[in-house]
Design a binder for this molecule. Structure first.
Ligand code: ASP
Length: 355
């Protein structure tokens, strides 16, 4: 009898233990890692090499095997979307990523997404997804400045932190995030500021959102502009995006690139002007021809900080729009998305004030 009692007690204990184990696996969030390549998946012949490596050489399984600790924070699965150096990013891959993410979130059992990405165009992909993913759930982009084979590679810790950020309830509703070097940035404001160093991603002037302190994501602010569930843009099922080019203003500028863009059939031009989006008088003549043909022209700035606001009367007369604080590369994305909806100039100007 005593033996039976002990056996029952043991069985109940074992059952409770197994329920706790199953419970903790279930209570961990489900995170999908979408891999696109970049230095974080880069392989060099020599462990001391930080250049001259092949970006995107290693698959998502290799990256995940290098950081088994991610499993402590989430049930993680990986998918290879592409294996590129992000300097070669295309609209096609963006559309594929947005479709896949919206699809995964519509399934209901995915709680967050991490995207491994090269650092060169990481901020552009982040901003594109910030405007085209329709979910409150965390989407976190991560990269590395040193290849995976380097001594003191930054990728493994960055990946672990990105999973921690994607798994954190604190990240819900913050828009698409960029997490590298223990800092969390908003997609709209972040930019690569240094060609080489690991501390390259910053949100100049407006500031980053928070830290990953000892593995814990801590937020101190949010980005105020519309994103994700409050975005009016929808690219589901789209096969391409409107053709928009950035033209960089300099001293001694001329009409050459603007006229070439008009001839090539662009739908929009971002003019990365000097100062407050100032346009060289030669380029201005060509841009006036562009708007007369129905091409949308947005003045942005090559300065890197500050708002582009209305300036010369001639810009107003020629219907040039103002790019707000967006960098030229992000203004291009917003204009592409705006042109999927309208060519109405006041509507597009409204979008530049809201996103
Ligand atoms: N050129 C590389 C890329 O953007 C650099 C990096 O991954 O950091 O893919």
């Amino acid at each position: 009898m005593r033996f039976n009692f002990l056996a029952v007690l043991f069985a109940v204990f074992a059952l409770l233990l197994s329920m706790t184990t199953v419970g903790s696996a279930q209570s961990k969030p489900n995170i999908v890692i979408l891999a696109t390549g970049g230095t974080i998946a880069g392989s060099a012949a020599d462990a001391s090499a930080t250049t001259g490596y092949k970006a995107g050489a290693l698959g998502i399984d290799v990256l995940l095997n290098a950081v088994p600790q991610v499993k402590e924070y989430a049930n993680v699965s990986g998918e290879q979307i592409c294996s590129i150096d992000s300097k070669d990013m295309t609209d096609d891959i963006w559309l594929k990523l947005a479709d896949r993410i919206n699809d995964l979130f519509s399934r209901g059992d995915v709680d967050g997404i991490v995207i491994t990405h090269g650092t060169d165009t990481l901020e552009e992909t982040a901003y594109f997804l910030n405007l085209t993913v329709h979910s409150n759930k965390p989407v976190v982009l991560v990269g590395a400045m040193r290849p995976a084979t380097a001594i003191s590679a930054d990728g493994p810790m960055n990946l672990l932190n990105a999973v921690r950020v994607a798994a954190s309830p604190a990240s819900v509703g913050k828009g698409v995030l960029v997490a590298l070097n223990d800092e969390i940035n908003a997609a709209r404001e972040v930019t690569k500021t240094n060609t080489i160093t690991v501390s390259t991603f910053k949100s100049p002037e407006l500031g980053f959102l928070g830290y990953v302190n000892e593995g814990v994501p801590e937020f101190y602010r949010t980005s105020a502009r519309r994103h994700t569930i409050n975005s009016e843009f929808n690219v589901n099922g789209k096969k391409n995006l409107p053709y928009v080019k950035v033209i960089y203003g300099t001293a001694n500028d001329d009409e050459l690139f603007v006229d070439a863009a008009i001839k090539a059939g662009v739908k929009g031009i971002i003019y990365a002007g000097t100062g407050n989006g100032s346009v060289h008088m030669n380029a201005e003549k060509a841009l006036a021809r562009a708007t007369a043909k129905g091409i949308v022209v947005v003045r942005s700035s090559r300065v890197g900080n500050g708002t582009v606001i209305p300036a010369e009367q001639s810009y107003i007369d020629y219907h040039f729009l103002d790019g707000d604080t967006l960098s030229p590369q992000k203004a291009r994305i917003l204009l592409q998305l705006a042109l999927t909806k309208t060519t109405d100039l006041s509507e597009i100007q409204r979008m530049f004030k809201q996103y």
